[in-house]
Design a protein around this ligand. Structure first.
Ligand code: G16
Length: 541
């Protein structure tokens, strides 16, 4: 065993979902090692315990796994469970941690960010509930990374990750397992696979785009081999270290081929895509896509049609910037609903305490209490199970939903790679005004409330401040502004616009026009155009 000197790195502050940086930053000698040693220093249960390890297969995944295994062995980890080829989707890791009662897991991914030698890499620690480490633990890992001077490692031959089986590294056992099998079994236990098979066999077509990322092997095993979808239903299902040169981000720009296919008059009945590490999902029907905020609301309203949730949901939760469509379903079902800050870790306590059984975010994440991560393929299977039972098209289901609950028109405007000082200036300008906005009129809208969102965790009492600035209007419309915690270049400002409409007007097709008045008010109050020098967002989803 070796103890090697390493200097502290002050930029190892994990963001919304772990530490994400350019691959070249992770290649700096000692950089990855410093963060990994900090994890082992803080997560003391790992000494003598079991660690689960794997990633989305992006460039540097294989190198990082060998580095982490050597540090784990030197830090007294008794056993590491690694996905074959170093692969695991994020929800699959969560399942393995829970199923095999491991003390934690390390997930290697930068999610939907691009990969390759000049792309992004990331690392995240998940605790023994299978979910992202809490704020307190994340902060402790960061503080440790700023002061440690050494890391421990074992000098040994690399483990061959391509072979299933049990190996040893020093005193540590390394078990290489099939990354798909346990996850596929979990899915089969939740859904009515026979009904979905019947739906597929009954002349219904589906299309799933894995974006050359981790869900390829999972989709092949579940959608094709088990549920009988034909080869042509699977797009880009071979994982590649650089995702074929694309961003594995399931949005209309990066999943354009899928979106184009779904807009054809004779396109598939159902379409979906996932992201780099398999935790996000986007859902489409022929002729249109379902906004993630609507999708989680529809899943909640129809969950009783799916075997795992037929007894009903205990409660639901959404992140603050996600539209309130889910709240309307919860109110009708008479169950609790919670509003948490952005970041999946905030759902963990509510799920562990049994207060919620389904949750979701506007950023294309949806999941339930079956794991402690968001789960892309789970959302796809929820939709398929619901389609198989209701025997209606995606469009018919959406129209019926809006008729019943009213519609929360919604859009997110991202201003990407803004110079950090300019992005901070926009936030500061808006923050300075929020306390004075209530009662002020803007055209036909009157501000009802404006604040900086603070979350009081109802389970452990922890308080998370400054989780985004929100301005709500008497009409029920609102806008929210916050800085993304997942970008790797400059700062990304996110502006979320929402407008609630009841009755036939809720079926309006031009949702941009419906949201325009609120967008203009948001621009006026925040002065985002003048302060950033940008006339438009870089991406609207
Ligand atoms: C992560 C988090 C999500 C969050 C998303 C976007 O997802 O797990 O909870 O909504 O980032 O965060 P931000 O708006 O701060 O960029 P993922 O899929 O990137 O791991």
């Amino acid at each position: 065993m070796l103890t090697i000197k390493t200097g502290p790195f002050n930029d190892q502050k994990p963001g919304t979902s772990g530490l994400r940086k350019k691959v070249t930053r992770f290649q700096t000698p000692g950089y990855l090692e410093n963060f990994v040693q900090s994890i082992f220093d803080v997560a003391e249960d790992l000494r003598g315990g079991t660690l689960v390890l794997g990633g989305d297969g992006r460039y540097y995944n294989d190198v990082a796994i060998q580095t982490i295994l050597s540090i784990a062995a030197a830090n007294g980890v008794a056993k590491s469970i690694v996905g074959q080829g170093g692969l695991f989707s994020t929800p699959a890791i969560s399942n393995i941690i829970r199923k095999y009662k491991a003390q934690g897991g390390i997930v290697l991914s930068a999610s939907h960010n691009p990969g390759g030698p000049n792309g992004d890499f990331g690392i995240k620690f998940n605790g023994q509930n299978g979910g992202p480490a809490s704020e307190a633990m994340t902060n402790a890992i960061f503080e440790t990374s700023k002061i440690i001077t050494h890391y421990k490692t074992l000098q040994a031959e690399d483990i061959d990750l391509s072979e299933l089986g049990i190996f040893t590294l020093g005193d540590m056992v390394v078990e290489i397992i099939d990354p798909v099998k346990d996850y596929a079994e979990l899915m089969e236990s939740l859904f009515d696979f026979a009904a979905i098979k019947d739906w597929t066999a009954d002349n219904h077509s589906l299309c799933f785009d894995a974006m050359h990322a981790i869900t390829g092997p999972y989709a092949k095993a579940i959608l094709k081999d088990t549920l009988g979808a034909p080869d042509k239903a699977l797009m880009n299902c071979t994982p590649l270290p650089d995702f074929g040169g694309h961003h594995p981000d399931p949005n209309p720009i990066y999943a354009k081929d899928l979106f184009d296919k779904m807009m054809l008059p004779d396109g598939p009945d159902f379409g979906a895509a996932s992201d780099g590490d398999g935790d996000r999902n986007i859902i489409l029907g022929r002729g249109g896509f379902v906004s993630p905020s609507d999708s989680v609301a529809v899943l909640a309203a129809n969950a009783h049609l799916v075997p795992a949730y037929k007894a009903g949901l205990t409660g639901v939760a959404r992140s603050m910037p996600t539209s309130a469509a889910l709240d309307r379903v919860a109110q009708k079902l008479g169950i609790a609903h919670f509003e948490t800050p952005t970041g999946w870790k905030f759902f963990g306590n509510l799920l562990d305490a049994g207060r919620i059984s389904l949750c979701g975010e506007e950023s294309a994440g949806t999941s339930s209490d079956h794991v402690r991560e968001k789960d892309g393929l789970w959302a796809v299977l929820m939709w398929l199970n619901i389609l198989a039972v209701r025997r209606q098209s995606v469009k018919e289901i959406m129209l019926a939903h809006w008729q019943e609950y009213g519609r929360n028109f919604y859009a997110r405007h991202d201003y990407e790679a803004v110079e950090t000082e300019k992005a901070n200036a926009v936030m500061a300008h808006l923050r300075a005004q929020v306390s004075d906005l209530a009662g002020k009129g803007f055209g036909s809208e009157v501000v009802k409330f404006a604040d900086s969102f603070t979350y009081h965790d109802p389970i452990d009492g922890s308080v998370s401040e400054n989780q985004g600035l929100r301005v709500g209007f008497e009409s029920g419309s609102r806008f929210v502004m916050r800085l993304s915690g997942t970008g790797t270049v400059g700062a990304t400002l996110r502006l979320y616009i929402e407008r609630y409409v009841q009755g036939p007007a809720g079926l309006e097709e031009d949702h941009t026009a419906v949201l325009e008045p609120i967008l203009q008010i948001a621009k006026e109050i925040s002065d985002i155009e003048a302060l950033t020098g940008r006339e438009h967002a870089s991406l609207v989803t």
